[in-house]
Structure formats: structure tokens, C-alpha cells
Ligand binder design. Structure first.
Ligand SMILES: [Zn+2]
Length: 351
């Protein structure tokens, strides 16, 4: 009898331990189509959301972002909103967006001494109203404190460039830095626009890494990898500046060695052939995705049709979705409207 009880007890224990745990979640990214602006929505395994940029002013982009956030990602709010820089296609949408979904915390690179010609004062005022002046200015080395999901690989976001300087530099450091003579770099004219002050960050989830530099331009991109690569390699590269050729310095792209690139271009904005060629030629690249077909370029300078979310200028604003598995070891990138999904293995060594 006693033996029977023990056997029953043992079977019960096996049954209990075999109970399915609540499934671990992975990390998702949605590239919302804001027609050549930027709106990259990240959802962490703990369910926290980070929206990087809010598209153009007006209802269209805010509605597209809020629809993906609510209906696809199942969010009730945006926890963290990060503005890469102060251009209309990156923070113009914020006042319309907060009418559609609550936004809790704001991060940016701080305002330069205003006025400057490329930062619209009415949008600055709108941003200050929306944030009630409560924003966190991020500098290289800073991050956003993120919740960790129990049992999941750690998730972190680290800023590597902001306000024109990179890790290890102080505010006001020169835009062009001397590098080794054999480095493949020709400095370009000093970029005085806010593009050069874009926030750039690395998002890590376990072994997996994503790089987003807003519209960072050539000279500052170069400082990130020369004389020393401050970023390491990444799995996924958001093609900088919508794929414009004043960004995507080949020295940076080659050093990052992304396996997947996602370009947030418009039908006739960004996706310039020179930049597309640099990214496509990057050693190790396996997948090149785009929000739009560039209607001015031929097929060779576009992403392949099945990896392009929107083919025509008059489009429905289809998005690109990335899903990193709960263990961070693999990920998929898909164009849901076309039913295309590609799978990739996470690179294990980043430094
Ligand atoms: Zn832009």
C-alpha cells in the first residue's frame, strides 16, 4: 500500500512538473510605414513598448502607428517614446499620436540653441506641450531602464551617439575625428543639420542586437567605428536615414556586419541606389527588407518584391514585422500583407 502511495505521489509530481509554464515571450519590432519618415515600435518580452519616432504631422501616421500598437501588438499605451532628432518626419506626429494612444515617458537628445532653420518652432512647442517639459535627455552611454521578464534573456537599450558625439566623447567634440590613414573614409563637409545629432542606440535581447541611428550622417557614423568599433556587430540594422546616401557610411555598415537590414524609406524618399548598394554589399547580409519600392530605381536597387511591404506610391501603409524568439537565438522578419516570412539565426559573437 505504502509503495502504491509512493508511486501515485511520484506520478503526481511528474504531472505537476510537466504542467506547461506560461510561455515566455520574445521581442518584437514593427516598422510602421510613415511614407519616408520613421516610426519603429519595439515590444519587449516583459510587454514594455518603445516607440522610436512618430512620423509626420497629421492624422495619417498617428493612426497607422496607433493601429499597429493597439490591434497588432495588443498595447494599451506606449511606455517609452524616443525622438531620434528634431526633424518633421521624426517627431511631427507626436501631438496627433497622443490623442490616439497614451504615451508615458519621453527621451530625446535635447534641443540645440534655438532657433535653427531645420527645426520647426511650432513642432517644438507642440512637443513641449505634449511632454509638459518632462523629458529625459540621453547621452552616449545612457540607456532606458527596461523591465526584465522572469526567465527571459536580458533586454537593454544603450545609446552610442547623441547630439553629435559618440561614446567616450564630450559634448562639443569635433564632428570629424582623425583615424588611421588606411581607413576607408573621406570626411564630408560638416553637417550642421540636426541629422548629425541623431540618437543612435543598440537594443540587445540576449545574444541578439539591433542598431537604429535615426538619420545620423556620414562623419558621426564614422566616429562610431574608427579608430575603434564602439558598437560591435549587430544582427539587424535599420538602414540609416531612410537609405539616403549622405548616411550609411560603408565603414560603419561593414563594421556592424548585419545579417538583416530593414529600410524605412518612402516611394520616392530615401532608398538611394548608392546607399542600397552599400548595404546590400555588406559582408554577411542575408536579408534586405524595405517599407517601399523606390519608384525611381530599378529592381537591382530595390529590395526584392517579396521583401518589400508597399509596391506603389498609393499604398495601404503595410508594415514590416520582426519577431525574436523567446530564447533570443533566432528571429523571423515578415511582411504580413504578403505572407512572406524569412528566418535567421542570431549571431553569437558581437565583440
Ligand atoms: Zn528622416
Amino acid at each position: 500500500m505504502r509503495k502504491l502511495i509512493l508511486v501515485v505521489w511520484a506520478l503526481l509530481m511528474i504531472g505537476i512538473s510537466a504542467q506547461p509554464q506560461s510561455p515566455q515571450k520574445g521581442l518584437d519590432i514593427y516598422w510602421c510605414d510613415v511614407e519616408g519618415g520613421a516610426a519603429t515600435l519595439i515590444v519587449t518580452p516583459a510587454g514594455e513598448s518603445i516607440l522610436v519616432d512618430s512620423g509626420w504631422p497629421g492624422e495619417r501616421d498617428a493612426a497607422r502607428i496607433a493601429k499597429i500598437a493597439r490591434e497588432v501588438a495588443g498595447l494599451k499605451q506606449i511606455d517609452h517614446h524616443l525622438t531620434s532628432h528634431w526633424h518633421t518626419d521624426h517627431f511631427g506626429g507626436i501631438s496627433a499620436l497622443v490623442q490616439q494612444i497614451p504615451v508615458k515617458n519621453f527621451y530625446d537628445h535635447g534641443f540645440p540653441a534655438l532657433p535653427v532653420s531645420d527645426i520647426p518652432p511650432e513642432l517644438v512647442e507642440a512637443y513641449k506641450r505634449v511632454t509638459a517639459g518632462k523629458t529625459t535627455v540621453l547621452r552616449p552611454g545612457d540607456g532606458i531602464r527596461l523591465k526584465q521578464a522572469p526567465g527571459s534573456p536580458p533586454v537593454s537599450l544603450k545609446v552610442v551617439a547623441s547630439h553629435g558625439v559618440v561614446l567616450g566623447e564630450k559634448d562639443g567634440a569635433p564632428q570629424v575625428r582623425a583615424c588611421s590613414p588606411e581607413a576607408k573614409h573621406e570626411a564630408r563637409a560638416i553637417d550642421t543639420s540636426d541629422n548629425a545629432r541623431s540618437l543612435a542606440f543598440v537594443l540587445s535581447f540576449g545574444d541578439w542586437q539591433f542598431f537604429d541611428a535615426g538619420d545620423l550622417t556620414w562623419n558621426v557614423e564614422h566616429k562610431l567605428v574608427c579608430p575603434r568599433n564602439l558598437v560591435g556587430t549587430v544582427d539587424v540594422y535599420q538602414v540609416t536615414h531612410h537609405g539616403m546616401d549622405i548616411s550609411n557610411n560603408p565603414a560603419l555598415v561593414e563594421a556592424l556586419r548585419p545579417r538583416v537590414a530593414v529600410m524605412n524609406n518612402g516611394a520616392s524618399k530615401g532608398g538611394s541606389p548608392a546607399a542600397v548598394r552599400i548595404v546590400k554589399a555588406s559582408p554577411g547580409l542575408q536579408g534586405f527588407f524595405a517599407l517601399h519600392r523606390n519608384i525611381q530605381s530599378g529592381p537591382e536597387d530595390n529590395a526584392s518584391p517579396e521583401l518589400t511591404a508597399n509596391d506603389e506610391e498609393q499604398c495601404k501603409g503595410e508594415y514590416v514585422k520582426l519577431a525574436v524568439g523567446p530564447d533570443s537565438k533566432s528571429y523571423t522578419v515578415s511582411i504580413p500583407s504578403k505572407g512572406t516570412t524569412r528566418s535567421y539565426t542570431t549571431a553569437r559573437i558581437h565583440r
